[in-house]
Unconditional design. Structure first.
Length: 421
């Protein structure tokens, strides 16, 4: 059983909140602790279910949680006694695959459960396996586990078949301790990849080109401890901006990085929102009613797939019709059916959704299916007339720190019903 969120829609969002550290930067960056026997300290780590799951995974390997307070923590992998990521833990969080590269590089062996698919797609990890194999790892996949051994990784020239964010991150972490130079061509350019490279460099790694599609890594014998501050969450930022856009709101988001979500800001302006952008803050003033904006998702720096569901929610109440094309994942329109329960007019055909704006949504009971789908239902519920009940809230808890608290500060009327037991 999972909690339920009750939202009384129609409140204008106004006020100021701080953005938390980025989930999709923190997950790979916490795994860098596996690459050294010295303590590594991380700041601005968001308090999320996925982070707790990863910490549990790392500590059962033998990594020590040396200290932790609010959003800082120190990990020390001076003795990795169990280089295994068991199915029970991996099935709830696919990003656990990010231990594969570091364990292979540091322990020269690993047993990592194949991450199953998830609601949005098959999510294979063939590129992770192909890259490590090319670097000299012997890999077998059987009984649902990836078994890796190596006598030592060697640098090589890799070209990934498609742009893969965690694939790039896994291979970059493995290459940091490989012998010789590794080139990753067709690399992901996401800001979270750059943040990871900055953390690895602080630990003594030699990396050039992070943020471009060609990353060069000269392997070193060992990495040392360091301290790193996780970058702000660009998807959390975009999510709150969309919520303000559909409630005639005016909000200011601090501790964020506007330079990491340019395409999202452009689409919000296209929808009629006024933006005031500072170095680490964004103020959005929404129009009476947003204008429909069409979009197509693609790897960074193009429009992020993790903001697609939130913009579909915005378009449900916009004036006009929007065409949304999802090019990254094969099944990332599950929120459409739930938004239609709120009265949205959406037609999906393959990876294209046609959204015709309606004057208003009506509150209803809906069900979250995945993290960003649940965010789009929150946005729909905030815009809708009447009460919306969102079930299966564990999806939302994976990726948004203190969501109810932040929305309440902005004037939303909502509360959580905890599941029994
Ligand atoms: C990361 O997932 C993010 N997760 C996702 O965010 C995000 O949606 C995605 O990148 C795309 O930006 C984390 O960073 C923890 P990919 P990842 O490998 O790395 C295919 C969220 O909501 N592919 O870039 O798993 C894959 O199927 C989550 O926070 C292969 O075929 O995504 C997909 O179609 C959801 N083989 C495409 O590439 C591989 O070996 C991009 O996937 C790897 C990927």
């Amino acid at each position: 059983m999972s909690d339920t969120l009750i939202i009384e829609g129609g409140q204008r969002l106004q006020g100021e909140i701080a953005i938390s550290g980025a989930k999709n930067a923190a997950l790979p960056i916490l795994c860098t602790a596996l690459l050294t026997s010295e303590p590594v300290t991380f700041h601005n780590v968001p308090r999320l279910q996925d982070i707790e799951t990863l910490l549990a995974l790392l500590t059962q390997m033998g990594v020590r949680l040396v200290e932790r307070n609010s959003n800082s923590l120190t990990l020390c992998a001076d003795a990795i006694t169990n280089p295994v990521a068991p199915y029970e833990m991996v099935k709830t969080m696919r990003a656990a695959i990010l231990v594969l590269g570091p364990l292979t590089a540091r322990c020269r062996q690993a047993r990592v459960s194949l991450p199953g698919g998830c609601a949005i797609g098959a999510r294979p990890v063939d590129q992770h396996i192909k890259g490590l194999t090319a670097m000299g790892a012997a890999i077998e996949v059987d009984h649902g586990y990836i078994h890796v051994t190596t006598t030592g990784l060697r640098g090589t020239h890799l070209v990934t078949d498609m742009v893969t964010v965690t694939g790039t991150e896994n291979l970059m972490m493995a290459a940091a301790l490989a012998e010789g130079e590794t080139i990753i061509e067709n690399a992901a350019r996401e800001p979270e990849v750059v943040d990871l490279a900055e953390c690895l460099s602080a630990m003594g790694a030699q990396i050039q080109g992070a943020g471009t599609d060609i990353i060069r890594i000269q392997g070193v014998k060992r990495l040392h401890g360091a301290a790193h501050r996780i970058m702000p969450d660009r998807i959390e930022t975009g999510t709150y901006l969309c919520a303000a856009a559909v409630t005639r709101g005016r909000i200011r988001l601090t501790h964020t990085r506007p330079d990491t979500l340019k395409t999202v800001l452009e689409k919000l302006q296209e929808s009629g929102c006024q933006l005031h952008v500072e170095t680490d803050a964004i103020t959005l003033t929404a129009p009476e009613r947003p204008t429909a904006v069409s979009l197509q998702t693609a790897p960074y720096p193009a429009f992020p797939t993790d903001m697609q569901a939130q913009f579909m929610a915005l378009n449900t109440v916009a004036s006009g019709t929007a065409i949304i094309r999802e090019t990254i994942f094969e099944n990332r329109f599950m929120h459409a059916d739930e938004l239609k329960r709120l009265g949205a007019d959406i037609r999906t055909e393959g990876n294209t959704a046609i959204v015709s704006g309606v004057p208003a949504l009506q509150g209803a009971a809906v069900r979250a299916t995945d993290l960003r789908a649940s965010a789009s239902l929150v946005i729909g519920g905030l815009a809708a007339e009447g009460q919306t009940r969102i079930e299966q809230l564990h999806h939302l808890d994976r990726g948004y720190e203190r969501l109810e608290e932040k929305l309440t500060i902005l004037g939303a009327r909502l509360h959580r019903i905890r599941a029994e037991g």
